[in-house]
Design a protein around this ligand. Structure first.
Ligand code: ADP
Ligand code: ADP
Length: 229
């Protein structure tokens, strides 16, 4: 099943065209990797899928992006869209608060107040992110006081807690050591059973290890897209 359709997408930062005529169907329940050299538009394209760049000054977008057939630029509120399309960044970026409060942050914004309900979401999300056993005894401690790899899995748990359908990952392992990298890769492979995952990487081996589909970017264009194999 197709999750996103992208039709004739162009994106300009002022006069500079960062994306040129992109057409792509992104499938549900798979891992799609975007690869290509630095500065070729991978991150820009990723952010058009949850509208993280169209509100930036000077950005102009032509074309159409749909999520489950609905135009995300015309028929979605950006905040609502981002609760369905979560994002994980290159640098682990936990909020300067406890591990518990990081994961409870989204559900609280969405109105979950009862402690028992929040406890349940926090545990479930940390388990899904394969970090529960490592942090269950220090949930009240600062999320900044654990390793980078653990911080990244806490950030993934924070995203999972809002129950998105899609998880966008922008080079989620490039700031991490090799062992933490493998943990995140294993986690992504596990999560694709229940989520659609799109991962930006400049690492061909990583794309080969975990993705089902790969798109190659070069200077703002997708020059090849198909089964990773
Ligand atoms: P990649 O993720 O492939 O490294 P990016 O999407 O980050 O590439 O960037 C694509 C191009 O757009 C680059 O030339 C970059 O300098 C430019 N760019 C990215 N963000 C902005 C911005 N906010 N304003 C102007 N130019 C930008
Ligand atoms: P309180 O416990 O008083 O309700 P919060 O849980 O809202 O406070 O915030 C705890 C700390 O996290 C504060 O220092 C706050 O500034 C910081 N913080 C809250 N939201 C964010 C955010 N979105 N990004 C970064 N820091 C945040």
């Amino acid at each position: 099943k197709v999750k996103f359709t992208v039709r004739d997408l162009d994106l300009f930062y002022g006069n500079f065209q960062a994306l040129k005529n992109i057409n792509m169907n992104i499938e549900q329940g798979k891992i799609t990797a975007f690869i290509g050299p630095s500065g070729c538009g991978k991150s820009t394209f990723l952010k058009t899928l949850n509208r993280m760049n169209d509100l930036v000054e000077g950005v102009k977008i032509n074309g159409e992006v749909t999520l489950d057939g609905v135009d995300i630029y015309k028929d979605f509120d950006a905040i609502m869209l981002r609760s369905r399309v979560g994002m994980v960044f290159q640098q682990p970026n936990p909020f300067p608060m406890s591990i518990y409060d990081n994961v409870a942050y989204g559900p609280r914004i969405h109105g979950v107040k009862k402690k028992s309900a929040l406890d349940e979401i926090v545990e479930k999300s940390l388990r899904q992110a394969a970090i529960w056993d490592e942090v269950k005894d220090k949930l009240k401690k600062s999320a900044l006081a654990v390793s980078g790899g653990q911080q990244q899995r806490i950030c993934i748990a924070r995203t999972l807690a809002i129950e998105p359908e899609v998880i966008l990952m922008d080079e989620p392992t490039s700031a991490l050591d090799p062992i933490s990298t493998i943990k995140i890769e294993d986690l992504a492979s596990e999560l694709k059973k229940n989520y659609t995952i799109i991962i930006v990487t400049h690492n061909m081996q990583q794309a080969g290890r975990i993705s089902d589909k790969t798109a190659f970017f070069l200077t703002g264009e997708v020059i090849e897209y198909g089964d990773t194999e």
